[in-house]
Design a protein. Structure first.
Length: 422
């Protein structure tokens, strides 16, 4: 039996021992972590199976330790679908416990007069406008503290008291960070698991509720849960009158989307591609599945501005300069933010209004980004789509007959019905 297997067996014994608590579990976790490099592929998957067998009835105190161990094993080549489904089933339980902890802890903090006065000066300093010493409510003061300092101090202050009343809430909060990291490691490496997460009704909204209570605007877990797989997008370069049907998977943010899109559709106009400065092949590879080295990702200069379909003008053109910014598809967002037109997400492509650059790479290094151009649209299809979205975006002008038909051409007048394009 290898040193790694011995360490795993000892860890499993501790997990199964009702007397083992956080400190002992931490020691076992460190011993296992130190031996990952010695584990064979077979030992990694065998360990995942053993750990997964504990998950249905696992004590909450050990859930974070087991989840992060499973995640580490998956990062070293283990099969994410061994323990991943059981971990995903636990997310609702963890969310419920953590949300209860935040509510209980916040309520006690707001009633703690000594704490409120201790935190008041910092809250006043952080306020957007001048506020007198009594101008902030206890709720606003605690909200400011959570947003700027997190929950660690409040958890240490009120955790022991809350544990006596509701240990499940406290244990859920203690497990949450490691649990999320372990689950993300699995989700990033399995389309099947991500699909299962999307199919769980209410899971995304429940996780959003937890994030809001924690003071987090958008966690990495939310970003992961919103990743699209095998999603078809309709791309229209309005100025150059080119169109493409693409399919994407595993793209976490729109910087990655922009880079891959530029790499996929920029090329020779004689071959139906668009003109522009394409990113380097290495930048594209780093947004797919190539590791980013110590030197960092490739520098990318954005060749496009990406728009939601509502940004199109009544004449079938995109606004010039920085007009219409509310319709821009921002790099910090995700493909899931892109608005659908008739049940299909659509991206309008135009020239950049100013220079923008970023570093190539992936939000989740374990998740491969995929983009495939399934086909190019004909001139008539592009014209037809532009006409449809311009009419939809400006129905009043269209019904009044004041709209000039976009891309008027013989090809457009002979276009196939839109539902026959796919």
């Amino acid at each position: 039996m290898s040193s790694f297997t011995i360490a795993i067996e000892s860890f499993l014994d501790a997990i199964n021992d009702e007397q083992s608590w956080v400190e002992e579990l931490n020691v076992h976790l460190q011993k296992v972590s130190a031996l990952y490099s010695e584990a064979s592929a077979g030992e990694i998957n065998d360990s995942l199976r053993r750990l997964a067998s504990f998950l249905p009835n696992l004590r909450l105190v050990a859930l974070g330790h087991v989840a992060i161990t499973c995640g580490s094993l998956v990062e070293r080549g283990g099969d994410p679908e061994i323990a991943g489904p059981s971990l995903l089933e636990k997310l609702t339980v963890v969310n419920e416990a953590v949300l209860d902890f935040y509510h209980r802890c916040r309520a006690r903090a707001e009633w703690d007069k000594e704490l409120i006065e201790e935190l008041r000066p910092a809250a006043i300093e952080n306020a957007d406008e001048d506020i007198g010493p009594d101008g902030l409510t206890p709720a606003a003061i605690i909200e400011d503290h959570v947003n700027n300092e997190g929950w660690q101090g409040l958890a240490q202050r009120f955790g022991p008291e809350l544990f006596e009343i509701c240990p499940t809430s406290v244990l859920g909060h203690m497990a949450d960070e490691y649990f999320r990291l372990g689950l993300i490691a699995h989700l990033s490496r399995s389309k099947k698991l991500r699909r299962a997460a999307r199919e769980q009704s209410g899971l995304l909204e429940q996780t959003r509720t937890v994030d809001k209570a924690s003071g987090t605007e958008r966690s990495f877990l939310i970003t992961m849960l919103r990743v699209l797989d095998d999603e078809q997008l309709l791309i229209l370069h309005v100025e150059q009158k080119k169109g493409f049907v693409i399919r994407i998977s595993g793209i976490a943010d729109n910087f990655q989307l922009h880079t891959l899109l530029a790499g996929a559709i920029i090329g020779s106009p004689s071959k139906g591609m668009v003109t522009g400065e394409a990113p380097s092949s290495l930048a594209v590879a780093q947004c797919k599945d190539t590791a980013v080295g110590e030197a960092g990702g490739e520098h990318v200069t954005g060749p496009f501005n990406l728009w939601n379909w509502g940004g199109i003008q009544a004449d079938g053109r995109l606004p010039a300069g920085q007009a219409g910014m509310r319709h821009w598809i921002w790099g910090e967002g995700s493909p899931a933010d892109i608005l659908p037109f008739e049940d299909r997400r659509m991206v309008l492509v135009g020239p950049p209004p100013f220079g923008r650059s970023w570093v190539a790479g992936r939000t989740f290094c374990g998740m491969a980004g995929e983009m495939k151009v399934e086909r190019q649209l004909s001139d008539s299809e592009v014209a037809h789509w532009v006409t449809r979205i311009a009419q939809a975006a400006h129905p009043a002008q269209s019904s009044a007959g004041s709209q000039r038909t976009p891309f008027t051409s013989e090809a457009a007048s002979n276009a196939k019905p839109w539902w026959k394009f796919f």
